[in-house]
Design a protein around this ligand. Structure first.
Ligand code: NI
Length: 176
């Protein structure tokens, strides 16, 4: 497998120009299901397996599991800011630095799984009450430019599948 296949197992994110009702519903279903998907993807792994990089030079399984709720806490706040403020500028964060901080090696994986459970229930509740007009609201990302909330939703649905595939791909290759 090429590095790109290992790093981008579901392909790179492509920002959709438009999202219809069905596309939004499919993306919301991915967000709603992610806590279960991640939990299943790490079920039964030993501490040594959790500390295994999903690819050479990549994050460990543990770091991937801790990264997802950290990323999605930002996502949740970005949605609420964009819903309640006019075209807010959101705060980027350096995910490599966040994932390199010491807590990522020591925090229990279960803590991040529980965080995902509650966070995604709340986030899904927001996504399910948003109107089509609200999905057209925008935010400004200092690095990625202006985005509509339906495009942000698409990016996090992709992000969810992307990281689950890192974990399931590793287990498949190792026969775990
Ligand atoms: Ni990520």
């Amino acid at each position: 497998m090429s590095l790109d296949d290992l790093r981008y197992p579901v392909g790179r994110f492509e920002r959709p120009a438009h999202m219809n009702d069905a596309a939004r519903a499919a993306a919301i279903a991915v967000i709603a299901d992610l806590p279960r998907a991640i939990r299943d993807a790490v079920k039964g792994l030993s501490p040594a397996q959790l500390d295994t990089p999903y690819r050479d030079g990549g994050w460990s399984v543990r770091q991937v599991v801790h990264h997802v709720p950290e990323s999605h806490m930002h996502a949740y706040c970005r949605f609420k800011f964009a819903l309640l403020e006019d075209h807010p500028t959101i705060k980027p964060y350096n995910e490599q630095m966040w994932s390199g901080y010491g807590d990522q090696a020591t925090a229990p994986v279960e803590a991040s799984l529980q965080l995902l459970d509650g966070l995604h229930q709340r986030w899904t509740a927001v996504l399910n009450v948003m109107t089509p007009a609200e999905y057209a609201r925008t935010l400004h990302h200092p690095e990625n430019g202006d985005m509509r909330l339906d495009q942000v939703l698409a990016s996090y649905a992709w992000h969810s599948l992307h990281h689950v595939a890192h974990l399931t791909g590793l287990r498949q290759r190792r026969g775990w």
